[in-house]
Ligand binder design. Structure first.
Ligand code: ZN
Length: 123
């Protein structure tokens, strides 16, 4: 069983119940909203996952401090052993937090796209 730094067993019932709860889903929505559903690593990709930078504040997560929005591919990379189980991890987290700040500002400042009106392909 893999354990998070604070000793919360990742496969514990508590973890799964929480990850499938509406409470967590709401937090994910807020996290994704920061970048308007864009991945912080690959901004052209849709953010579909919310990654825990740390489990220190498990169930009291705040975006940026504890979580970042990621695409599936970026999330997969972040969980590679080299980024996850080595002293590189604090640097990865630092980078992810910096990217989140950067992209949150960019997506906030950028004018939102005009609402797409359905146009017939062949008029
Ligand atoms: Zn993750």
């Amino acid at each position: 069983m893999s354990r998070s730094p604070k000793g919360l067993p990742k496969a514990s019932p508590q973890y799964y119940v929480y990850i499938n709860s509406d409470e967590w889903r709401e937090k994910c929505k807020k996290c994704h909203a920061l970048t308007k559903y864009h991945c912080v690593v690959f901004p052209w990709a849709k953010s579909l996952n919310v990654h825990h930078l740390t489990y220190r504040n498990f169930q009291k997560e705040m975006p940026l401090r504890d979580t970042v929005p990621l695409s599936k591919f970026a999330h997969w990379i972040i969980h590679w052993w080299i980024f996850w189980k080595t002293p590189l991890r604090p640097w990865v987290n630092f980078l992810l937090r910096s990217l989140l700040i950067f992209w949150a500002v960019i997506w906030f400042v950028l004018p939102s796209k005009p609402k797409r009106t359905r146009r017939k392909k062949y008029a």
